[in-house]
Design a protein around this ligand. Structure first.
Ligand SMILES: [Zn+2]
Length: 253
């Protein structure tokens, strides 16, 4: 039996979950009808409905209703077999956040914990997408990779000689529709400048550099970047030629 049955509306009711599963129109509700009335699934049934119904029909033999009317699927979790409740669409988002918010564990731990009690079609992808947008995790994220490369001295003898650019994101969409951040670092003073962008495509980055940076401060002599495809694209290369600047060392624009 599932450990927690708190519904998205705040209720603590198995009947509410059963109602969410059986109320249509939805493919889950169609399947609920087949299981509750013990109607076998024919080839014709599978032809019409969508992806969710097709996937559930493969599991039809493992589906059953418990004494509260909740539809469950028999799943092997580790060495044990468990009767996992099938979460309806209204419950899925809430369940992921509740589980993830317990300790802000990564995607895999969140999935392992959820799979002890719950199941739905497309569960792995839903959890991965939602955990990736968690603001708390993004703010606290740190790299596990230690840099083993030999550090080099950055030669920058005068103002506006070398700048470094990098793209951060994607983050959660802001009210103005921005999801990426273009960070420009001035190597002489180490001053950093950030520009919010609606996307990370090469034309957007080029436009932002021109309108937000070069129009105010002029064009630098060298632009450093990592090897992101947007920053070493043909468009950026051509724009660099127009601007009259060049990329630095191996990290070319
Ligand atoms: Zn988190």
């Amino acid at each position: 039996m599932a450990a927690v049955y708190t519904s998205p509306s705040g209720g603590d009711d198995l009947a509410e979950l059963a109602a969410a599963q059986s109320c249509g129109p939805s493919e889950l509700a169609d399947m609920y009808r087949h299981v509750s009335e013990n109607i076998p699934i024919t080839a014709k049934d599978v032809e019409l409905p969508g992806y969710e119904f097709k996937c559930l029909s493969i599991l039809f033999e493992k589906l059953s209703l418990d004494k509260h009317g909740v539809m469950r699927v028999m799943q092997k979790v580790g060495r044990r077999t468990r009767q996992c409740a099938i979460a309806s669409r209204q419950w899925q988002w809430d369940l992921i956040w509740r589980t993830h918010s317990l300790n802000h564990a990564g995607f895999r731990q969140t999935e392992t914990r959820l799979r002890l009690d719950w199941f739905w079609i497309g569960m792995t992808g839903d959890i991965r997408r939602q955990v990736a947008t968690c603001c708390v995790c993004q703010a606290a994220k740190h790299s596990k990779h230690t840099s083993m490369t030999k550090r080099q001295r950055l030669d920058c003898g005068r103002v506006w000689q070398v700048i470094a650019v990098d793209l951060l994101g994607p983050f959660m969409q802001t009210p103005r529709g921005n999801v990426m951040v273009l960070v420009v670092c001035y190597q002489f003073s180490r001053w950093r400048h950030a520009v919010a962008l609606p996307s990370g495509t090469a034309p957007t980055v080029a436009k932002a550099l021109e309108n937000e940076i070069f129009c105010f401060f002029g064009v630098p002599e060298i632009i450093l970047s990592d090897n992101r495809s947007q920053l070493k694209s043909k468009l950026m290369h051509e724009l660099c030629q127009i601007w009259g600047c060049k990329g630095g060392q191996n990290n070319l624009l």
